[in-house]
Design a protein around this ligand. Structure first.
Ligand code: GTR
Length: 418
Protein backbone atom coordinates (compact mmCIF):
# COMPACT_ATOMS: atom_id res chain seq x y z
CA UNK A 1 0.00 0.00 0.00
CA UNK A 2 2.69 2.42 1.06
CA UNK A 3 4.64 1.81 -2.11
CA UNK A 4 1.66 2.43 -4.36
CA UNK A 5 0.75 5.60 -2.53
CA UNK A 6 4.28 6.93 -2.79
CA UNK A 7 4.56 6.02 -6.45
CA UNK A 8 1.38 7.81 -7.43
CA UNK A 9 2.34 10.82 -5.33
CA UNK A 10 5.60 11.04 -7.23
CA UNK A 11 3.80 10.82 -10.54
CA UNK A 12 1.33 13.50 -9.54
CA UNK A 13 2.77 16.01 -7.11
CA UNK A 14 0.38 17.74 -4.77
CA UNK A 15 -0.59 21.38 -4.98
CA UNK A 16 -1.26 21.30 -8.70
CA UNK A 17 -4.62 21.63 -10.35
CA UNK A 18 -6.09 18.33 -11.53
CA UNK A 19 -9.64 19.61 -11.82
CA UNK A 20 -10.85 20.29 -15.35
CA UNK A 21 -13.49 22.72 -14.08
CA UNK A 22 -10.69 24.92 -12.68
CA UNK A 23 -8.90 25.30 -15.98
CA UNK A 24 -9.01 29.04 -16.72
CA UNK A 25 -10.60 30.38 -19.85
CA UNK A 26 -7.91 31.18 -22.34
CA UNK A 27 -7.33 32.30 -25.89
CA UNK A 28 -4.56 30.57 -27.77
CA UNK A 29 -2.17 32.68 -29.85
CA UNK A 30 -3.41 32.50 -33.42
CA UNK A 31 -1.35 30.07 -35.43
CA UNK A 32 -2.19 31.46 -38.83
CA UNK A 33 -1.99 35.20 -38.18
CA UNK A 34 1.39 36.86 -38.74
CA UNK A 35 2.97 39.25 -36.25
CA UNK A 36 1.79 42.10 -38.52
CA UNK A 37 -1.82 40.85 -38.29
CA UNK A 38 -1.97 39.39 -41.79
CA UNK A 39 -3.75 36.09 -42.40
CA UNK A 40 -1.67 33.11 -43.46
CA UNK A 41 -3.35 31.02 -46.11
CA UNK A 42 -0.64 29.50 -48.28
CA UNK A 43 2.55 27.58 -47.89
CA UNK A 44 4.82 30.48 -48.76
CA UNK A 45 3.17 32.68 -46.16
CA UNK A 46 3.41 29.79 -43.73
CA UNK A 47 7.16 29.62 -44.24
CA UNK A 48 7.40 33.25 -43.09
CA UNK A 49 4.97 32.70 -40.22
CA UNK A 50 6.82 29.56 -39.23
CA UNK A 51 10.00 31.56 -38.80
CA UNK A 52 8.21 34.10 -36.60
CA UNK A 53 6.91 31.32 -34.36
CA UNK A 54 10.24 29.52 -34.29
CA UNK A 55 12.05 32.74 -33.31
CA UNK A 56 9.61 33.31 -30.44
CA UNK A 57 10.11 29.80 -29.08
CA UNK A 58 13.84 30.22 -29.41
CA UNK A 59 13.97 33.58 -27.65
CA UNK A 60 11.27 33.10 -25.00
CA UNK A 61 11.17 29.37 -24.27
CA UNK A 62 14.06 27.05 -25.19
CA UNK A 63 16.89 29.48 -25.90
CA UNK A 64 19.26 29.98 -28.80
CA UNK A 65 22.16 27.70 -29.65
CA UNK A 66 25.52 29.48 -29.91
CA UNK A 67 27.70 28.98 -32.96
CA UNK A 68 29.58 25.68 -32.90
CA UNK A 69 33.17 26.11 -33.98
CA UNK A 70 34.44 22.68 -33.07
CA UNK A 71 34.67 19.38 -34.87
CA UNK A 72 33.24 15.95 -34.22
CA UNK A 73 35.06 12.71 -34.90
CA UNK A 74 33.22 9.39 -35.05
CA UNK A 75 35.00 6.18 -34.04
CA UNK A 76 33.42 2.75 -33.91
CA UNK A 77 34.32 1.21 -30.57
CA UNK A 78 32.46 -2.08 -30.87
CA UNK A 79 30.74 -4.11 -33.53
CA UNK A 80 28.64 -7.25 -33.34
CA UNK A 81 27.03 -9.10 -36.20
CA UNK A 82 24.76 -11.31 -34.13
CA UNK A 83 23.11 -9.05 -31.56
CA UNK A 84 19.62 -9.78 -30.25
CA UNK A 85 19.91 -13.46 -31.06
CA UNK A 86 21.02 -12.79 -34.62
CA UNK A 87 18.33 -10.24 -35.48
CA UNK A 88 20.56 -7.20 -35.49
CA UNK A 89 23.91 -5.66 -36.14
CA UNK A 90 25.01 -3.74 -33.10
CA UNK A 91 27.58 -1.00 -33.06
CA UNK A 92 28.80 1.49 -30.51
CA UNK A 93 30.15 4.73 -31.84
CA UNK A 94 32.07 7.33 -29.94
CA UNK A 95 31.43 10.86 -31.12
CA UNK A 96 34.27 12.99 -29.84
CA UNK A 97 33.22 16.63 -29.80
CA UNK A 98 36.21 18.86 -29.76
CA UNK A 99 36.85 22.56 -29.63
CA UNK A 100 40.46 23.61 -29.21
CA UNK A 101 41.91 21.58 -26.36
CA UNK A 102 38.52 20.77 -24.83
CA UNK A 103 36.61 17.65 -25.75
CA UNK A 104 33.55 15.68 -24.75
CA UNK A 105 32.69 12.10 -25.67
CA UNK A 106 29.17 11.04 -26.52
CA UNK A 107 28.40 7.35 -27.06
CA UNK A 108 25.89 6.21 -29.62
CA UNK A 109 24.40 2.72 -29.47
CA UNK A 110 23.13 1.57 -32.82
CA UNK A 111 21.01 -1.50 -33.54
CA UNK A 112 20.31 -2.15 -37.21
CA UNK A 113 18.18 -4.89 -38.73
CA UNK A 114 20.41 -7.37 -40.53
CA UNK A 115 17.76 -7.75 -43.20
CA UNK A 116 18.33 -4.33 -44.81
CA UNK A 117 21.03 -2.28 -46.44
CA UNK A 118 20.03 1.20 -45.27
CA UNK A 119 17.62 1.08 -42.37
CA UNK A 120 15.09 3.63 -41.16
CA UNK A 121 16.00 4.50 -37.60
CA UNK A 122 14.30 5.69 -34.43
CA UNK A 123 16.68 8.11 -32.72
CA UNK A 124 16.16 8.97 -29.08
CA UNK A 125 17.94 9.66 -25.85
CA UNK A 126 17.86 7.27 -22.94
CA UNK A 127 17.69 8.38 -19.30
CA UNK A 128 20.36 6.30 -17.57
CA UNK A 129 23.02 5.10 -20.02
CA UNK A 130 23.14 2.90 -23.12
CA UNK A 131 23.72 -0.21 -21.04
CA UNK A 132 20.29 0.27 -19.44
CA UNK A 133 18.32 -0.19 -22.66
CA UNK A 134 19.49 -3.78 -23.19
CA UNK A 135 20.48 -6.75 -21.08
CA UNK A 136 23.21 -7.61 -23.60
CA UNK A 137 26.33 -8.00 -21.50
CA UNK A 138 28.90 -6.41 -23.78
CA UNK A 139 27.38 -2.95 -24.24
CA UNK A 140 29.68 -0.46 -22.49
CA UNK A 141 28.54 0.91 -19.16
CA UNK A 142 28.13 4.65 -19.40
CA UNK A 143 31.18 6.39 -17.92
CA UNK A 144 29.30 9.69 -17.53
CA UNK A 145 27.76 11.33 -14.51
CA UNK A 146 24.37 9.75 -13.74
CA UNK A 147 21.82 10.72 -11.12
CA UNK A 148 22.01 8.68 -7.93
CA UNK A 149 19.32 6.04 -7.75
CA UNK A 150 19.10 3.44 -5.00
CA UNK A 151 17.06 1.00 -7.08
CA UNK A 152 19.74 1.05 -9.78
CA UNK A 153 22.53 0.83 -7.24
CA UNK A 154 23.95 4.23 -8.14
CA UNK A 155 25.30 6.07 -5.10
CA UNK A 156 28.28 8.08 -6.32
CA UNK A 157 26.92 9.28 -9.67
CA UNK A 158 28.57 6.37 -11.49
CA UNK A 159 26.64 3.60 -13.22
CA UNK A 160 27.53 -0.03 -12.51
CA UNK A 161 26.47 -3.48 -13.73
CA UNK A 162 23.47 -3.20 -11.41
CA UNK A 163 21.66 -0.93 -13.87
CA UNK A 164 22.30 -3.03 -16.98
CA UNK A 165 19.01 -3.67 -18.78
CA UNK A 166 17.04 -1.73 -16.17
CA UNK A 167 15.25 0.41 -18.81
CA UNK A 168 14.82 -2.36 -21.38
CA UNK A 169 11.03 -2.16 -21.14
CA UNK A 170 11.22 1.36 -22.59
CA UNK A 171 13.09 0.02 -25.63
CA UNK A 172 11.36 -3.10 -27.03
CA UNK A 173 14.27 -3.80 -29.36
CA UNK A 174 13.00 -7.19 -30.57
CA UNK A 175 9.73 -5.62 -31.71
CA UNK A 176 11.39 -2.66 -33.37
CA UNK A 177 14.15 -4.59 -35.12
CA UNK A 178 11.91 -7.43 -36.27
CA UNK A 179 9.70 -4.85 -37.95
CA UNK A 180 12.65 -3.63 -39.98
CA UNK A 181 13.58 -0.50 -38.04
CA UNK A 182 16.85 0.40 -36.40
CA UNK A 183 17.43 2.16 -33.09
CA UNK A 184 20.02 4.82 -32.37
CA UNK A 185 20.18 5.83 -28.74
CA UNK A 186 22.49 7.77 -26.47
CA UNK A 187 22.53 8.85 -22.87
CA UNK A 188 21.24 12.42 -22.53
CA UNK A 189 23.74 13.15 -19.77
CA UNK A 190 26.60 12.59 -22.22
CA UNK A 191 25.49 15.80 -23.92
CA UNK A 192 24.43 17.72 -20.81
CA UNK A 193 24.18 16.26 -17.30
CA UNK A 194 20.69 16.99 -16.02
CA UNK A 195 21.33 19.29 -13.09
CA UNK A 196 21.69 23.01 -12.67
CA UNK A 197 25.39 23.84 -12.73
CA UNK A 198 25.26 27.20 -14.48
CA UNK A 199 25.91 25.61 -17.90
CA UNK A 200 29.52 24.71 -17.25
CA UNK A 201 29.54 20.97 -17.81
CA UNK A 202 28.57 18.71 -20.70
CA UNK A 203 29.00 20.22 -24.14
CA UNK A 204 28.60 23.70 -22.64
CA UNK A 205 32.28 23.52 -21.73
CA UNK A 206 33.05 23.47 -25.47
CA UNK A 207 31.32 26.77 -26.16
CA UNK A 208 32.86 29.98 -24.91
CA UNK A 209 30.11 32.45 -25.75
CA UNK A 210 28.76 34.59 -22.90
CA UNK A 211 25.20 33.82 -21.82
CA UNK A 212 22.16 36.10 -21.84
CA UNK A 213 18.47 35.70 -21.04
CA UNK A 214 17.84 34.05 -24.41
CA UNK A 215 20.71 31.54 -24.25
CA UNK A 216 19.98 27.86 -24.56
CA UNK A 217 18.77 25.75 -21.67
CA UNK A 218 19.31 22.02 -21.39
CA UNK A 219 16.36 21.02 -23.61
CA UNK A 220 17.83 23.06 -26.47
CA UNK A 221 21.24 21.56 -25.70
CA UNK A 222 19.90 18.02 -25.86
CA UNK A 223 18.10 18.89 -29.12
CA UNK A 224 21.39 20.22 -30.51
CA UNK A 225 23.01 16.91 -29.56
CA UNK A 226 20.38 15.00 -31.56
CA UNK A 227 21.22 17.11 -34.61
CA UNK A 228 24.91 16.30 -34.21
CA UNK A 229 24.01 12.61 -34.11
CA UNK A 230 22.00 13.21 -37.27
CA UNK A 231 25.14 14.68 -38.89
CA UNK A 232 26.78 11.35 -38.17
CA UNK A 233 23.82 9.21 -39.30
CA UNK A 234 23.75 11.06 -42.62
CA UNK A 235 27.23 9.75 -43.31
CA UNK A 236 26.58 6.18 -42.23
CA UNK A 237 25.62 4.09 -45.30
CA UNK A 238 23.85 1.55 -43.09
CA UNK A 239 21.24 4.18 -42.19
CA UNK A 240 18.51 5.64 -44.38
CA UNK A 241 19.03 9.27 -43.36
CA UNK A 242 15.78 10.30 -45.05
CA UNK A 243 13.94 8.17 -42.52
CA UNK A 244 15.29 9.11 -39.14
CA UNK A 245 12.47 9.46 -36.60
CA UNK A 246 13.19 11.40 -33.45
CA UNK A 247 11.51 10.06 -30.31
CA UNK A 248 11.52 10.91 -26.63
CA UNK A 249 9.67 10.35 -23.39
CA UNK A 250 8.79 13.09 -20.91
CA UNK A 251 11.61 15.69 -20.67
CA UNK A 252 13.11 13.89 -23.63
CA UNK A 253 9.75 14.14 -25.41
CA UNK A 254 9.96 17.93 -24.99
CA UNK A 255 13.46 17.59 -26.43
CA UNK A 256 12.23 15.49 -29.39
CA UNK A 257 9.63 18.14 -30.29
CA UNK A 258 12.13 20.97 -30.15
CA UNK A 259 14.68 18.91 -32.11
CA UNK A 260 12.03 18.19 -34.76
CA UNK A 261 11.10 21.88 -34.94
CA UNK A 262 14.74 22.96 -35.16
CA UNK A 263 16.01 20.41 -37.63
CA UNK A 264 13.91 19.41 -40.59
CA UNK A 265 16.09 16.43 -41.39
CA UNK A 266 14.06 14.48 -38.82
CA UNK A 267 11.39 12.87 -40.97
CA UNK A 268 8.99 12.14 -38.11
CA UNK A 269 8.67 13.25 -34.50
CA UNK A 270 7.28 11.32 -31.53
CA UNK A 271 6.52 12.91 -28.20
CA UNK A 272 5.59 10.45 -25.46
CA UNK A 273 3.98 12.14 -22.45
CA UNK A 274 5.98 15.34 -22.93
CA UNK A 275 3.63 17.48 -20.83
CA UNK A 276 4.53 21.03 -19.79
CA UNK A 277 6.98 22.63 -22.21
CA UNK A 278 6.23 19.74 -24.59
CA UNK A 279 2.89 19.03 -26.23
CA UNK A 280 0.59 20.32 -23.45
CA UNK A 281 -1.07 23.73 -23.71
CA UNK A 282 0.59 25.94 -21.07
CA UNK A 283 -2.42 28.24 -20.67
CA UNK A 284 -4.45 25.41 -19.14
CA UNK A 285 -2.26 25.43 -16.00
CA UNK A 286 -3.30 21.82 -15.43
CA UNK A 287 -0.80 19.56 -13.65
CA UNK A 288 2.71 20.92 -14.08
CA UNK A 289 2.76 24.68 -14.73
CA UNK A 290 5.38 27.03 -16.12
CA UNK A 291 6.36 28.26 -12.67
CA UNK A 292 6.60 24.71 -11.28
CA UNK A 293 8.81 23.52 -14.11
CA UNK A 294 11.04 26.61 -13.97
CA UNK A 295 11.43 26.16 -10.22
CA UNK A 296 12.14 22.41 -10.23
CA UNK A 297 14.29 22.55 -13.34
CA UNK A 298 15.72 26.08 -13.68
CA UNK A 299 18.19 24.86 -16.31
CA UNK A 300 15.78 23.33 -18.83
CA UNK A 301 14.60 26.50 -20.56
CA UNK A 302 16.12 29.91 -21.26
CA UNK A 303 15.89 32.57 -18.56
CA UNK A 304 13.27 34.51 -20.52
CA UNK A 305 10.81 31.66 -19.95
CA UNK A 306 10.76 32.54 -16.26
CA UNK A 307 8.96 35.80 -17.12
CA UNK A 308 5.89 33.66 -17.69
CA UNK A 309 5.80 32.02 -14.27
CA UNK A 310 2.14 32.26 -13.19
CA UNK A 311 1.56 34.42 -16.28
CA UNK A 312 0.98 31.77 -18.93
CA UNK A 313 -1.65 33.96 -20.59
CA UNK A 314 1.09 36.44 -21.56
CA UNK A 315 3.20 33.88 -23.42
CA UNK A 316 3.59 34.98 -27.05
CA UNK A 317 3.30 31.32 -28.11
CA UNK A 318 1.66 28.16 -26.85
CA UNK A 319 2.62 24.55 -27.40
CA UNK A 320 0.24 23.81 -30.31
CA UNK A 321 2.53 26.11 -32.28
CA UNK A 322 5.54 23.98 -31.41
CA UNK A 323 3.80 20.95 -32.92
CA UNK A 324 2.78 23.04 -35.94
CA UNK A 325 6.46 23.81 -36.61
CA UNK A 326 6.87 20.15 -37.52
CA UNK A 327 4.32 20.32 -40.40
CA UNK A 328 4.11 18.77 -42.94
CA UNK A 329 6.12 15.95 -41.38
CA UNK A 330 4.18 13.32 -39.43
CA UNK A 331 4.11 13.94 -35.68
CA UNK A 332 2.75 11.73 -32.90
CA UNK A 333 1.68 12.87 -29.43
CA UNK A 334 0.85 10.34 -26.72
CA UNK A 335 -0.52 10.54 -23.19
CA UNK A 336 -1.20 8.17 -20.29
CA UNK A 337 -4.46 8.19 -18.36
CA UNK A 338 -2.90 8.36 -14.87
CA UNK A 339 -0.24 10.85 -15.88
CA UNK A 340 -2.27 13.94 -14.99
CA UNK A 341 0.92 15.86 -14.17
CA UNK A 342 1.59 15.89 -17.95
CA UNK A 343 -2.02 16.99 -18.68
CA UNK A 344 -3.29 14.41 -21.21
CA UNK A 345 -6.11 16.66 -22.38
CA UNK A 346 -3.67 19.55 -22.79
CA UNK A 347 -1.46 17.30 -24.91
CA UNK A 348 -4.43 16.28 -27.04
CA UNK A 349 -5.37 19.95 -27.47
CA UNK A 350 -1.78 20.83 -28.38
CA UNK A 351 -2.01 18.28 -31.19
CA UNK A 352 -5.53 19.36 -32.18
CA UNK A 353 -4.67 23.04 -32.46
CA UNK A 354 -1.66 22.31 -34.66
CA UNK A 355 -3.97 21.02 -37.39
CA UNK A 356 -4.35 24.29 -39.35
CA UNK A 357 -0.66 24.17 -40.28
CA UNK A 358 -1.11 20.68 -41.71
CA UNK A 359 -4.22 21.78 -43.55
CA UNK A 360 -2.11 24.32 -45.46
CA UNK A 361 -0.35 21.31 -46.97
CA UNK A 362 -3.62 19.53 -47.72
CA UNK A 363 -2.95 17.07 -44.90
CA UNK A 364 -5.28 15.79 -42.25
CA UNK A 365 -4.38 15.89 -38.59
CA UNK A 366 -6.15 13.96 -35.86
CA UNK A 367 -9.34 13.28 -37.84
CA UNK A 368 -11.42 13.79 -34.71
CA UNK A 369 -12.48 16.69 -32.49
CA UNK A 370 -12.97 14.55 -29.41
CA UNK A 371 -10.28 13.18 -27.20
CA UNK A 372 -10.31 9.43 -27.87
CA UNK A 373 -10.90 6.74 -25.24
CA UNK A 374 -7.83 4.89 -23.95
CA UNK A 375 -6.29 2.44 -26.40
CA UNK A 376 -7.97 4.09 -29.39
CA UNK A 377 -5.18 5.64 -31.44
CA UNK A 378 -6.35 8.31 -33.89
CA UNK A 379 -4.98 10.55 -36.57
CA UNK A 380 -3.45 10.82 -39.96
CA UNK A 381 -0.44 13.19 -40.10
CA UNK A 382 -0.89 14.01 -36.42
CA UNK A 383 -1.19 10.82 -34.41
CA UNK A 384 -2.47 10.64 -30.86
CA UNK A 385 -3.30 8.03 -28.28
CA UNK A 386 -4.15 7.85 -24.62
CA UNK A 387 -2.80 4.73 -22.95
CA UNK A 388 -4.24 3.38 -19.72
CA UNK A 389 -1.67 3.65 -16.96
CA UNK A 390 1.16 5.67 -15.57
CA UNK A 391 3.87 7.98 -16.82
CA UNK A 392 6.09 5.69 -18.87
CA UNK A 393 6.89 4.56 -22.39
CA UNK A 394 5.74 1.02 -22.94
CA UNK A 395 5.50 -1.67 -25.56
CA UNK A 396 1.95 -0.51 -26.31
CA UNK A 397 3.23 2.99 -27.05
CA UNK A 398 5.98 1.68 -29.32
CA UNK A 399 3.51 -0.53 -31.21
CA UNK A 400 1.54 2.57 -32.13
CA UNK A 401 4.72 4.38 -33.25
CA UNK A 402 5.75 1.43 -35.40
CA UNK A 403 2.30 1.31 -36.98
CA UNK A 404 2.47 5.07 -37.60
CA UNK A 405 5.92 4.71 -39.21
CA UNK A 406 4.71 1.82 -41.39
CA UNK A 407 1.83 3.98 -42.56
CA UNK A 408 3.88 7.07 -43.39
CA UNK A 409 6.95 5.32 -44.69
CA UNK A 410 5.54 2.23 -46.38
CA UNK A 411 8.91 1.50 -47.98
CA UNK A 412 10.27 1.08 -44.47
CA UNK A 413 7.94 -1.64 -43.30
CA UNK A 414 9.78 -4.94 -43.16
CA UNK A 415 8.60 -6.96 -46.14
CA UNK A 416 9.01 -10.57 -45.17
CA UNK A 417 6.08 -12.04 -43.31
CA UNK A 418 3.98 -8.88 -43.46
C1 GTR B 1 9.10 15.50 -14.07
C2 GTR B 1 8.89 16.82 -14.73
C3 GTR B 1 8.20 16.62 -16.05
C4 GTR B 1 8.80 15.49 -16.85
C5 GTR B 1 9.30 14.34 -16.02
C6 GTR B 1 10.24 13.36 -16.71
O1 GTR B 1 9.67 15.60 -12.82
O2 GTR B 1 8.13 17.61 -13.88
O3 GTR B 1 8.18 17.83 -16.76
O4 GTR B 1 9.80 15.95 -17.68
O5 GTR B 1 9.97 14.75 -14.89
O6 GTR B 1 11.09 13.72 -17.51
O7 GTR B 1 10.12 12.17 -16.40
Amino acid sequence: MMITATASLNAQPEGANYDESKVPEYILPALLVGNDGSAVSGRQQWERRRKEIYDLFEREVYGAVPAWRGKITATEISHRQDALGGLALRREIRLRMQNGDKSRDVFLLLYLPRSRKAAPVFLGYNFSGNHTVTAEKDVHISPSWVANNKELGITDNRATEASRGSRASAWPLQDILSRGYGVATLYYGDVDPDFDDGFKNGVHALFDQPRDSASWGSIATWAWGLSRVMDYLEKDPAVNAKEVFVIGHSRLGKTALWAGASDRRFAMVISNESGCGGAAISRRKFGETVSRINTSFPHWFCDNFKKYNDKEETLPVDQHELIALIAPRPVYVASASEDLWSDPRGEFLGAKNAEPAYRLFGLRGLKTDEMPAPEHPVGDFIGYHLRTGKHDITRYDWTQYLNFADRHFPGSAARPGR
